[in-house]
Unconditional design. Sequence first.
Length: 233
Amino acid sequence: MKTSVTEFDNGAILYDADALPEPGPALFDVDGWRRDGALDGAAPGRGTAFFIDAPFGRVVLRPYLRGGWAAKFSNDRYFYLGAKASRAFREFELLRRMSTDGLRVPEPLAALCKRRGLFYTAALLTRRIPRARPWPERFADPDLDWRRVGGGLRAFHDAGVDHADLNARNILFRDGESDPWLLDFDRSSYTPGKVVDGRRNLARLRRSLEKLWTGDTGRLDRLWSVLLAEYWS
């Protein structure tokens, strides 16, 4: 991957020059993609990730949106400290390093930081993981091996990945597979060689599963035990 930065009047874009021609802000314009007939659905979450059939492949466009109390003041603006310090640029670099090291994460394509006075808005464009679905869509799948899920999560932590918001919607599985792919690394960290204590991540994930689970809670307890047994083995 060859990274490059292009600047415009009130912002900058970090991008993979091997995958994209020099982009402009229109690359992150959801309405523009919609007018072109390239918008192919969306995935809800704290914000919304938009699926796009672009000329350079199937991609995911995710604007950065605030959650919690901060959203009461502004849902999409952050204090500007320079493009390199923006959430989008930092997550792009995090994904670049992890994907280069062979971890199951989306391939980053471009990151936008657009200044608005003392603040900025941001967005991230990543390659879409083919034939993958979020974990809640596979809760009832008897072929999903929770042992492999536990082992896959442990592999991330052993590699030095500390996910800031490990919830079920941020975990994908490709059809017919049980090895997890992780999404949304905003505010996360990657320190190769430093094993992460995953207990906080696991506690967050368990709360998420309990919130989204629609089946028998006893089954969830049994499957969770299988996951933990492999994770801690």
